[in-house]
Design a protein around this ligand. Structure first.
Ligand code: NAD
Length: 432
């Protein structure tokens, strides 16, 4: 049993804290957001993540997981401190490190015994050294510490499973004893543990996300070529994926990637490259293709509707992907904003993200379910591939609409079946 502190109780921090406590450690989870902590103490989760509420409740009840807003309380007795605060996009595309800085300073101010500080946030290459400098400069009197980079690879929607069964654990540090101790902490996860220097570990995270984003933009480019040539990208991707050198993952053509990681991380990597005189052409192409995919969906809508003024457009799914309530960089926002600016009424439904969607899209009319969503609509745009959308009663959907236009930004449905139901249907790269 180890004493662990996790700073930041968002998607990564809360999952990290809950999972480490479930592995038998004593965890203090800290956030500066008092409302989040008060709610967690009442059992109210700040985010939607399948299985998280039960995991948190079980470990709180067992006394292994506690929440606080006090750094004094959180650092007292801690051996390991995970920094899991946000690193959003800065003004020029760089990662904004203000929350990491605040967390490092706050830890340094109160630490009175040796600590291992672990960067779990996705941070630019060199941040580990920078955090060490901040801690050293802020400490009232010198206390020993080490900084270890331990990037997180979990996916929202399957975060607990991903955390508990990682493909690998990457640890970076200049202090091999500290890295070894953090490795011990991860042994119960039974994944290969790779120890590198700090900068290499930080780079592994960016390179991994950039590669996955590249696969998405690659298949979207292929999809657009498929459209011109009459091929079906879904079958193309399936055929490619059977090749073991390629695999099936992240080859789904659609409206493009969104969320709290890929957009900002690809941008931040390109920014790092540029600052150091490199020309990240591929990364720029990945971002350009991704931005185009959202326009592509809107162009399809324009093909089917003569003008948007006075139309009602239904957005089926609003979160950036299924099984999450995360609206950060969700394609639905870009598309909704455009529709609103062009005089359409924008109506939306999502099984988990309604509350955040209303904040991100103040003009949004909400619906209680997919059938209410499409009532009197001139078109429906599919934006999130939730399982519960896969078997909708399509006759009911079609009959409720004023004009049965469907633009399927996730290739969730079969084009021939949708046409048989009477829809004017367009998917992405389906050779139509
Ligand atoms: P989040 O926005 O959901 O949560 C961040 C939390 O940190 C918030 O609750 C915020 O109040 C808190 N916080 C900010 N400053 C603080 C401070 N000084 N002290 C204490 N708490 C503070 O963020 P997230 O999605 O969990 O992402 C965290 C990091 O993990 C980011 O760097 C992100 O890139 C990375 N990451 C995210 C995912 C993901 O799927 N969300 C996956 C892998 C890595």
């Amino acid at each position: 049993m180890k004493n662990i502190t996790v700073i930041g109780v968002g998607y990564v921090g809360l999952v990290t804290g809950a999972c480490f406590s479930d592995l038998g450690n004593r965890v203090v989870a800290l956030d500066i957001n008092e409302e989040r902590i008060q709610n967690l103490e009442k059992g109210i989760m700040p985010i939607y993540e399948p299985g998280l509420a039960e995991l948190v409740e079980r470990n709180v009840r067992a006394g292994r997981l506690v929440f606080t807003t006090s750094y004094d309380e959180a650092i007292k007795g801690a051996e390991f401190v995970f920094i899991a605060v946000g690193t959003p996009e800065g003004v020029d595309g760089e990662a904004d490190l203000q929350y990491v800085r605040m967390a490092a300073e706050s830890v340094a101010r109160v630490m009175d015994h040796p600590l291992i500080i672990i960067n779990k946030s996705t941070v630019p290459v060199g941040t580990g050294d920078w955090v060490a400098d901040i801690v050293r400069e802020t400490q009232p009197s010198p206390v020993e510490f080490a900084v270890v980079s331990c990037p997180e690879f979990l996916r929202e929607g399957s975060a607990i499973r991903d955390f508990m069964n990682p493909d690998r654990t990457v640890l970076g540090s200049e202090d091999t004893t500290a890295a070894e101790r953090v490795a011990q902490l991860h042994l119960p996860l039974r994944a290969p543990i790779m120890v590198t220097d700090l900068r290499t570990a930080e780079m592994i995270k960016y390179a991994s996300n950039a590669f996955l984003a590249t696969r998405i933009s690659f298949i979207n480019e292929i999809a657009n070529i498929c459209e011109a040539l009459g091929a079906d990208v879904k079958e193309v991707a399936r055929g490619m994926g059977y090749d073991k050198r390629i695999g099936h993952h992240f080859l789904e053509a659609g409206v493009g990637y969104g969320g709290s990681c890929f957009p900002k991380d690809v941008k931040a990597l390109a920014h790092m490259a540029q600052v150091h005189g490199k020309h990240p052409q591929l990364l720029h192409a990945v971002m350009d293709i991704n931005a185009y995919q959202r326009r592509h969906v809107l162009l399809k809508l324009h093909e089917h509707l003569d003008g948007l003024e006075g139309r009602t457009i239904a957005l089926l799914g609003l979160a950036f992907k299924q099984d999450t309530d995360d609206m950060r960089e969700a394609p639905s926002i870009t598309i909704g904003d455009y529709l609103d600016e062009h005089g359409a009424t924008v109506r939306g439904y999502d099984p988990a993200a309604m509350e955040w969607a209303k904040r991100a899209m103040p003009y949004l009319e909400t619906a209680a379910d997919p059938y209410e969503l499409v009532k009197g609509a001139d078109a429906v745009i599919v934006l999130t591939p939730w399982n519960e959308f896969k078997n909708l009663d399509m006759d009911r959907i079609k009959n409720a609409m004023r004009v049965p236009v469907m633009v399927d930004g996730r290739n969730l449905y079969d084009p021939a079946q949708m046409r048989a139901h009477g829809f004017t249907y367009s998917g992405i790269g389906r050779g139509d």
